[in-house]
Design a protein around this ligand. Structure first.
Ligand SMILES: C[S@@+](CC[C@H](N)C(=O)[O-])C[C@H]1O[C@@H](n2cnc3c(N)ncnc32)[C@H](O)[C@@H]1O
Length: 349
């Protein structure tokens, strides 16, 4: 059956020229401006102009682009204050162009990097909202993790994207995590090891194991060596859908479960449950939105998890249900920092 749409209320006459809202809405929903700015970053236009004004033809030659089309792009960037046209066809960085020389900002805007890929998946939002499933495979022809496995540069870019975010939350969360640990910690899907290294630095008696896919595992090894933690760490290259190193008192999954739809999330938690000794714990570090009043960031991340992975952010009740299906019980939820919480799970019985 076709979905039913409510009848549309037609406006009685021509648009009111004094009503600023239609123009605001059109500016808000313009897709060209963000695409143009991010394309300029991806092509390296700000870098070409870092030393001073250049002609459109010179910029096109440096970027390897079509001169006439490049002129059009550059003039669009003038409209939004990223560039200035200082003389006809000669461009310089504008008020919003200077900040584009910052590496951190560039990493977020570059359409070819991991952040760019995650954002380009928004093009499939319609598919995701209609079906409740991931749009990333529709947009890119394969799932996000498969894409990373096939493209080492993209995988490295994703690790560095996660590391930038980790630089914000890890220092605030690591002390609380170290306080919950005794003897050893397994960080499952621990990325490049930033969290594990910070936890071990909090408590010199702790030993850490990191379970990760090959490329991130290698970067974690380099980090541990650089931090002098080789003696206190072990890196296990493998999948968290397979058996985990058994018998450790604490298994941590930081921002891992939210990447997976329910059945896969339960499968990962089951692997933790199988590995847990009596009295052991699984500690999730995740957003736990209030079901009635999610924060703005919770809402955005929930949609991102849907669009990229067909997954979601979960409430306390939803985590409790996942835990139950995996043979675990949710014993506590405590706010950690930066919108993240500790969700503690134990074996049933
Ligand atoms: C969102 S990142 C979180 C990384 C880290 N825990 C953090 O909070 O910064 C998810 C991690 O899961 C890893 N991952 C994805 N599939 C995996 C699998 N099958 N087995 C092990 N790790 C996997 C990815 O490589 C990635 O590092």
């Amino acid at each position: 059956m076709e979905p039913r749409r409510p009848a549309v209320r037609r406006s009685p006459g021509p648009p009111d020229p004094d009503d600023p809202r239609p123009l605001r809405l059109r500016r808000l929903t313009d897709l060209l401006t963000p695409t143009a700015v991010r394309l300029a970053v991806s092509l390296g236009v700000p870098d070409v102009l870092a030393a001073g004004p250049r002609t459109a033809d010179a910029i096109a030659a440096c970027c390897g682009t079509d001169p006439r089309a490049t002129l059009g792009l550059l003039r669009r960037l003038v409209v939004c204050d990223v560039l200035e046209e200082v003389r006809p066809r000669v461009f310089a960085l504008g008020e919003l162009g200077e900040p584009l020389l910052d590496d951190h900002l560039r990493a977020f805007l570059d359409l070819d990097g991991a952040a760019g890929h995650l954002d380009r998946a928004w093009a499939g939002l319609g598919h995701a909202v209609r079906t409740g499933t991931a749009a990333y495979p529709q947009v890119f022809g394969r799932g996000f993790w498969d894409h990373l496995a096939a493209d080492p540069a993209l995988a490295a870019s994703f690790d560095s994207y996660m590391d930038q975010w980790a630089a914000v939350w890890v220092p605030a969360v690591a002390p609380g995590l170290a306080a919950r640990a005794a003897r050893s910690v397994v960080d499952v899907g621990g990325g490049t090891g930033g969290l594990l290294a910070a936890v071990l630095e909090q408590d010199p008696t702790l030993f850490g194991t990191l379970v990760e896919q090959e490329a991130s595992a290698e970067r974690a090894r380099e980090r541990f060596t650089g931090a002098g933690l080789d003696e206190r760490t072990s890196v296990v290259e493998g999948s968290f859908f397979d058996a985990l190193p058994p018998g450790e008192p604490l298994y941590v999954l930081a921002q891992v479960v939210h990447d997976w739809p329910d059945d896969a999330a339960v499968a990962i938690l089951r692997r933790c449950a199988e590995a847990l000794p009596a009295g052991g714990r699984v500690l999730l570090v995740e957003r736990v939105p209030d079901p009635d009043r999610p924060s703005r960031d919770d809402v955005v991340m929930d949609l991102r998890m849907l669009v990229v992975f067909g997954a979601r952010e979960r409430t306390r009740t939803e985590f409790a249900e996942l835990a139950r299906r995996a043979g675990l019980v949710l014993t506590s939820v405590e706010e950690a920092a930066h919108g993240l919480s500790f969700v503690e799970l134990r074996r049933e019985g």
